[in-house]
Design a protein around this ligand. Structure first.
Ligand SMILES: Nc1ncnc2c1ncn2[C@@H]1O[C@H](COP(=O)(O)OP(=O)(O)OP(=O)(O)O)[C@@H](O)[C@H]1O
Ligand SMILES: [Mg+2]
Length: 292
């Protein structure tokens, strides 16, 4: 099916046709949308503003009209089943993917109009972060610091700070290609915070870490969240309770819940954990076909 955008938006008729499975007579069952009442504005400083974001790949609507904002001092957990559209949304927020339609602003700077200025305020840990494998950890971080405009003593200070924060000091002179998976991941994390950005987008930052490091990274995210706006995706729901002031659950490209971890737990009667809420309001990837 050919997708035709009208004024940058997908006409509703085509969207519902895409959402419906091939040859299926029934439309997808409507998603129950649980949005808890808006939280009082505790921070008054919107750092990330996403409006009506849509991303279409061929005939696939990966992100379907997502809007949210994150204020300074908030750590937002970004949850959803595999394929829900978390990484795609994050890639758009970081300027890595251009949205099919919608708008993004970081610290009041429009990502589509002034991408370089907006990206300057941002740190990003991608899902499969690339590393220069022939560099040592310290030289890689030095390179990243320079890319972020840090030179001389500022560069040295920034490298030492992140080596210390990410527990990388003992491998500072080790070549990246000889690092274990967890240390590689920590090196990627370190590059995302080398310039002490106002906004941090972390795609599964604790993936592949051992339990001690998971605990450390959660604590670090929580501490950094005091004066930054942070979005991080995870499949570990206890992490949300440990580190997030708020969480959004997305399913098949749409926001289906938004609230504090405590308020989300009250959305589903009888649910005792975020895990139960998650399972009640999202559909595993494998059931999409059956729903047809
Ligand atoms: N570059 C691309 N080209 C085509 N389809 C894509 C592309 N990137 C993502 N998709 C599709 O968009 C949908 C959302 O993918 P995305 O990676 O955002 O999911 P996710 O929520 O991050 O999942 P996971 O939990 O597995 O990381 C998937 O169906 C995926 O196959
Ligand atoms: Mg992902």
């Amino acid at each position: 099916m050919k997708i035709q955008l009208k004024n940058g938006l997908l006409p509703l008729k085509q969207r519902s046709a895409i959402e419906r499975p091939e040859g299926g007579e029934q439309p997808w069952p409507p998603l129950a949308t649980f949005i808890s009442s808006p939280q009082p504005n505790r921070y008054n400083d919107v750092m990330i503003q996403v409006k009506n974001l849509i991303k279409v790949f061929g005939t696939k609507v990966a992100v379907d009209d997502i809007s949210f904002s994150v204020e300074k001092g908030e750590v937002l957990g970004f949850l959803g089943p595999n394929g829900a559209g978390k990484s795609t949304t994050m890639r758009m927020v970081t300027g890595y993917f251009r949205p099919t339609s919608g708008s993004i602003s970081l610290c009041g700077i429009d990502m589509l109009e002034k991408p370089e200025e907006a990206k300057f305020r941002l740190g990003y840990l991608p899902e499969n972060a690339p590393l220069y494998s022939d560099m040592t950890v310290a030289s890689f971080l030095g390179f990243c610091a320079e890319m972020r405009g840090l030179h001389g003593a500022d560069r040295t200070k920034a490298i030492d700070r992140v080596l210390d924060m990410c527990f990388l000091d003992n491998v500072r002179n080790q070549s990246v290609d000889t690092l274990s998976k967890g240390y590689r991941h920590r090196t990627c994390f370190a590059q995302s915070i080398i310039h002490d950005p106002d906004v941090l987008i972390l795609d599964e930052p604790t993936d592949g870490l051992d339990p001690n490091q998971k605990h450390e990274v959660r604590g670090m995210i929580k501490r950094m969240g005091v004066n930054k706006a942070i979005i991080f995706s995870t499949h570990i729901l206890e992490e949300v309770e440990a580190a997030c002031s708020r969480a959004i659950i997305i399913d098949r490209g749409k926001v289906v819940a938004d609230g504090t971890p405590e308020s989300l737990k009250k959305l589903v009667p009888g649910a005792n954990s975020l895990d139960e809420v998650f399972r009640s309001i999202t559909k595993p990837d494998t059931t999409h076909k059956k729903a047809a």
